[in-house]
Ligand binder design. Structure first.
Ligand code: PLP
Length: 407
């Protein structure tokens, strides 16, 4: 039996999506900037996809910028906003002439696509505050307020964490920033923009940008059954932002490069399927998630569930096995046809525990034993049962051989 429990890493491309993409490889292959009929057909396909996608997000068509992935979207959102503010600051524009370089607020559990971008900006003198999380992996809204400074220009908080599935209070932060921005406007202070990395949220949670109160929102197609290599950034009209990839004037001058037409068409179709089935799928997956948690906790000793189930998106759960090492567990499950992942990252022979687990207060020796199960629409109860049988045996085997004194 083959079981795919790594849907937070990536998902299978939907057949309907592939079918719809096909003609744009071999029939309508024109460059969307070309004036001839093939170019115009390509342009039409892009603009129809953009219009549809804007509808799924409650946005306007000109607010959707196609990118190659969420890493690129996050880079554009974060660097684009802070560089724009820094540019205005250097122009000695009175509204933007704070003494210090722009300040960003983010969380300590963001994906590296955000964290490594803010760390990069710190090297150039930009200021960054990393908010802590509680044991469930959730930030406090009041911590955002407490950390706002005169030179704060951006708050970037992920919607759903990719390792433990915790949902962040995006709507509440949106409401808070709206009030703060009204006050700042009267005080002639610049607006604080709000960005969310919603990569792990789109399949199961409402991503309406008006409801959430966000100015920027990142998505990547391969997390919701579109191919790898296509993403988007929602940018609210009027946002101060500089392009991070310059060249031709594509994507309203914000992201140069010939548009990836088949993938854009595929992205829109995958979003349509996800959007239309969201509530039904969320209920189904939540039930499977509950089953995984109950079965693991009832059948295995020395294991902890990271974070409360009530604060999680339906598709992600993370456990820590006290006496074993997560990567060995992943490899042994893989030998039995089960694809999962672990929060540890093996870099230069040294096992680093996940920054997310550490931020949730998990001790490093326990964080080494992490296992992430991420479910998807094709998973079944039968697969969960098979996984539990294999897991029980595997954990026993690993416990016997684990060098406990090192853990
Ligand atoms: N943000 C989150 C929360 C993710 O889970 C991922 C992928 O794992 C990314 C960003 C990066 O996505 P991509 O690899 O498509 O750039």
């Amino acid at each position: 039996m083959k079981v795919y429990f790594d849907n937070a890493a990536t998902t299978k491309v939907e057949n309907e999506v592939k079918k719809l993409m096909q003609p744009y490889f071999d029939k309508i292959y024109g460059n969307a900037s070309s004036l001839h009929f093939l170019g115009q057909q390509s342009r039409q396909a892009i603009e129809e996809a953009r219009e549809k996608i804007a509808g799924f997000l409650g946005a306007r068509r000109e607010e959707i910028i196609f990118t190659s992935c969420a890493t690129e979207s996050n880079n554009l959102a974060i660097k684009g906003v802070v560089f724009a503010y820094d540019f205005l600051r250097k122009q000695k524009n009175p509204k933007y002439s704070f003494a210090e370089k722009p300040h960003i607020i983010t969380s300590s559990i963001e994906h590296h696509a955000v964290l490594h971008t803010t760390e990069y900006l710190e090297k150039f003198g930009f200021q960054v505050t990393y908010l802590p999380v509680d044991k469930d992996g959730v930030i406090k809204v009041e911590d955002v307020e407490k950390n706002i400074k005169k030179n704060t220009v951006l708050v970037s908080i992920m919607y759903v964490n990719n390792e433990i599935g915790s949902i962040q209070p995006i709507k509440e932060i949106g409401q808070l920033l709206k009030k703060i921005n009204e006050k700042r406007d009267k005080e002639k202070l610049p607006k604080i923009y709000f960005h969310t990395d919603a990569v792990q949220a789109f399949l199961y949670l409402d991503c309406n940008v008006q409801e959430l109160g966000v100015d920027l929102l990142s998505l990547t197609g391969h997390k919701f059954h579109a191919p790898k290599g296509i993403g988007l950034l929602y940018i609210k009209k009027g946002t101060l932002i500089l392009p991070q990839q310059t060249g031709g004037g594509h994507e309203f001058g914000l992201r140069a490069g010939t548009e990836n037409i088949p993938y854009i068409v595929g992205l829109a179709k995958a979003m349509e399927i996800a959007f239309e089935n969201r509530e039904k799928e969320a209920l189904k997956i939540k039930k499977l998630q509950r089953m995984v948690v109950d079965e693991v906790l009832n059948n295995i000793e020395d294991v902890v569930l990271i974070g409360s189930l009530t604060k999680k998106a339906p598709h992600i759960v993370s456990f820590c096995f006290k006496n074993i090492e997560g990567e060995s567990l992943v490899l042994m499950l893989s030998q039995k046809g089960i694809a999962t992942s672990s929060g540890s990252a093996c870099t230069s022979g040294k096992l680093e525990p996940s920054h997310v687990l550490l931020a949730c207060g998990v001790p490093p020796q326990i964080a080494h034993g992490s296992l992430r199960i991420s479910l998807g629409k094709y998973n079944t109860e039968k697969e969960v049962k098979y996984f539990i049988e294999v897991l029980k045996k595997t954990v026993k085997k690993l416990e016997k051989i684990s060098p406990k004194e090192l853990l």
